[in-house]
Ligand binder design. Structure first.
Ligand code: SF4
Ligand code: SF4
Length: 140
């Protein structure tokens, strides 16, 4: 019988998902939390690190890596990292599609590891993404 849940356990020392080509988006509260963690005001943090469009905020990319907070040892704002980083790979599109989940597993060695997480729990975790980034999920 196929499994009715998903397995994931982030692997110590791994930073692969931080180095995948793409953007890191922030909710308004992500921005405030990261600013506080870095000791900056939200306005100063935004001026230094954030590119804002009409509906979205994303981290500016340095020339040599995908994220300004990615360092050799990992994420330098780990306790305050943005929602999409904190929840990966529990993103609605991955949780809803076993094929996409397995594809992500080719880049993320934590996928397929650890205890079985029931699909309902995985969907509940992923729903935070929809609340954080309503523009992406057609809710805004
Ligand atoms: S790629 Fe997967 S295992 Fe590696 S840091 Fe990211 S979530 Fe963790
Ligand atoms: S904010 Fe941290 S966890 Fe997110 S991509 Fe950058 S280095 Fe990785």
């Amino acid at each position: 019988m196929p499994e009715t849940g998903l397995r994931f356990q982030c692997q110590p020392g791994c930073i692969r998902c931080c180095d995948v080509r793409g953007f890191v988006y922030l909710s308004e509260s992500d921005l405030v939390r990261a600013a506080e963690y870095t000791g900056l005001t939200p306005a100063a943090f935004e001026a230094k690190y954030v590119y804002r469009t009409k509906h979205l905020r994303r981290l500016r990319k340095p020339a040599d890596r995908q994220c300004p907070f990615l360092e050799q040892g990992g994420c330098s704002i780990h306790p305050a990292k943005p929602t999409q980083c904190r929840l990966f790979p529990f993103w609605p599109e991955l949780v809803a599609d076993r094929g996409l989940w397995n594809d992500a597993g080719r880049r993320c060695p934590g996928i397929g590891q650890g205890e079985l997480i029931q699909i309902g729990t995985a969907i509940e975790i992923a729903s935070e993404m929809e609340r954080a980034y309503p523009t992406f999920y057609g809710l805004d």
